[in-house]
Design a protein around this ligand. Structure first.
Ligand code: HEC
Ligand code: HEC
Length: 287
């Protein structure tokens, strides 16, 4: 599908969320009478470089898939029985007055620590991005959120279909690295775990059956509630469509079959990837 500008008014946002929800999980963004947060009905706004980078990171890191374009929230999280049945909005225009974000640290802390509600299979939990992104990237995302999700010209594809596009659009590549041996980028570090890194995918020496890979993609692999700063596999079962899951499985298959697939080109680095403000759990969680 043709990429669309990130958030062009409330109507398109609603339509995009319907598509992005996939497999019949229809979402209605929670819009408490505030209308579109976009000034001028969707024109591109001139913003500083940090906010611009934040807008691009919001797309590249799949924030947009779970929190919706423009941060309007409302994507179903239906297995989270006893908790919120939708993923929260991040845009202050869609949050209760008492819960509005007023400083960057409120945002960067959740982004780096993650927030685990439940280990129940299929529940969508907020990933921790410690080790996946650096502090400069977390700050840029926070600046974009605090700026009210201005339309900077960042585009996103509401329903990517090609395996390589899915792999990029849902941030698989940012955590797992590029598929295959000697991948560029390599899998992200995950210092608090035994392996010290996120596992790579399409491993020639492993042979995890497709059924097992599918169940990890659908249900995730979630640490105990309260764990912070550990990169974990989110549950994508309510976010990806059935077609997308079917498309991605052959692309990440292990063993000889995977080894025969052509190696993809090195990926474009994320904005601010070269920044010297490397991610460190202590730096990001200190007030
Ligand atoms: C796999 C889905 C998923 C992705 C991807 C995701 N989030 Fe979340 N996020 C959640 C869920 C679910 C919650 C609610 C967690 C809770 O209530 O404890 C949440 C909560 C948050 C919160 C706290 C909201 C609040 O109400 O206090 C922030 C801030 C946040 N996410 C930012 C981001 C950013 C920025 C990104 C991209 C870097 C991102 N999230 C990517 C699912 C996701
Ligand atoms: C926020 C980081 C993150 C993102 C984004 C992410 N993963 Fe994962 N994934 C992980 C981690 C960490 C594990 C290891 C879980 C474990 O061992 O408990 C994992 C495990 C897996 C596994 C099981 C691997 C094995 O060999 O058993 C598969 C398959 C997988 N992910 C596919 C995907 C796909 C496909 C996407 C994109 C739709 C994706 N992941 C996005 C972090 C991530």
């Amino acid at each position: 599908m043709k990429p669309v500008l990130l958030g062009i008014g409330a109507a398109l946002v609603a339509a995009a969320v319907l598509v992005a929800g996939g497999c019949g999980s229809l979402a209605t963004p929670e819009a408490p009478g505030s209308g579109s947060p976009a000034p001028g009905g969707g024109g591109i706004v001139k913003v500083g470089q940090q906010v611009k980078d934040g807008a691009q990171l919001y797309v590249d890191l799949a924030c947009t898939r779970c929190h919706a374009p423009d941060g309007v929230g409302g994507i179903p999280n239906q297995f989270n029985v006893g908790g919120d049945s939708t993923i929260p909005p991040l845009n202050n225009a869609y949050r209760d007055k008492s819960e509005q974000f007023t400083n960057a640290q409120q945002i960067t802390q959740v982004v780096m620590d993650g927030s685990i509600l439940s280990k129940k299979p299929g529940v969508i939990n907020m990933p921790s991005w410690t080790g996946v992104i650096n502090d400069a990237q977390a700050s840029a995302i926070a600046a974009y959120v605090l700026a009210g999700f201005p339309h900077t010209g960042a585009t996103y594809d509401p329903d990517p279909a090609k395996p390589a596009d899915i792999y990029a659009a849902y941030a698989c590549i940012d955590c797992h690295g590029q598929v295959g041996a000697n991948a560029s980028p390599p899998p992200a570090p995950n210092p608090k775990t035994a392996d010290k890194a996120v596992p790579g995918l399409r491993n020639p020496d492993d042979n995890v059956p497709a059924s097992e890979l599918r169940s990890v993609i659908m249900d995730g692999s979630i640490p105990d509630p309260g764990t912070t700063g550990v990169v974990f596999m989110p549950a994508w079962g309510q976010i990806l469509s059935v077609d997308q899951v079917n498309a991605i499985l052959p692309y990440i298959q292990d063993g000889p079959a995977g080894a025969k697939l052509p190696a993809p080109a090195a990926a474009t680095p994320l904005p601010l990837a070269g920044s010297t403000a490397a991610a460190s759990p202590s730096a990001s969680s200190s007030p």
